[in-house]
Design a protein around this ligand. Structure first.
Ligand SMILES: [Cu+2]
Length: 175
């Protein structure tokens, strides 16, 4: 009896492990003022999980000349938020302070600190902060970079990864 309970517990544990999806966003930026990805999609399950953002500057230029970060905002908010960084100029500490302030006010969802060539920074988005079926924007808030360094993050709608199964269900209903 004891053994079978343990087996059940183990089965439950492995089933949970199998359900876990990878909700890590990895992005790089270079000396040509470019991210490696302009579009990122995460499965719907990630809305219910903590999402990790890992950013690495793969260039060589220092932060004061070619600093990069990743600022995540709700879709459509990029153009309104970008000018809010203007006063910070190219001072990495000031840009980070701005990011922190905008995160506190709720306008920025998450951000990584400004880094120079060879450096990296990461952050997390708490679970339930992003919604399935919603789009978000990310950009680099270093002066002048957002024109090139911007992208879209989409959390897929629940059920999109099993679109074929849904289709089958509908076909069954018609019968
Ligand atoms: Cu940048």
């Amino acid at each position: 009896m004891k053994m079978s309970l343990m087996a059940l517990a183990f089965a439950g544990f492995t089933a949970q492990a199998a359900l876990a999806v990878d909700c890590t966003i990895t992005l790089t930026g270079n000396d040509q003022m470019q991210y490696d990805k302009k579009e990122i999609k995460l499965p719907a399950e990630c809305a219910k999980q903590e999402i990790k953002i890992e950013f690495k500057h793969i260039g060589k230029l220092p932060a004061a000349a070619m600093g990069h970060n990743v600022v995540l905002v709700p879709n459509g908010k990029l153009s309104a938020l970008q000018p809010r960084y203007a006063a910070a100029g190219a001072d990495p500490a000031k840009i980070d302070a701005n990011s922190e302030q905008l995160k506190t006010s709720g306008e920025v969802i998450a951000y990584t600190k400004i880094v120079g060539g060879g450096a990296s920074d990461s952050t997390t988005v708490p679970k339930d902060k992003l919604k399935a079926g919603e789009k978000y924007q990310y950009f680099c808030s270093f002066p002048g970079h957002f024109a090139l360094m911007t992208g879209t993050l989409e959390i897929e709608k629940a059920g999109t990864s099993t679109a074929a199964a849904e289709k089958d269900k509908k076909a069954d209903k018609k019968k």
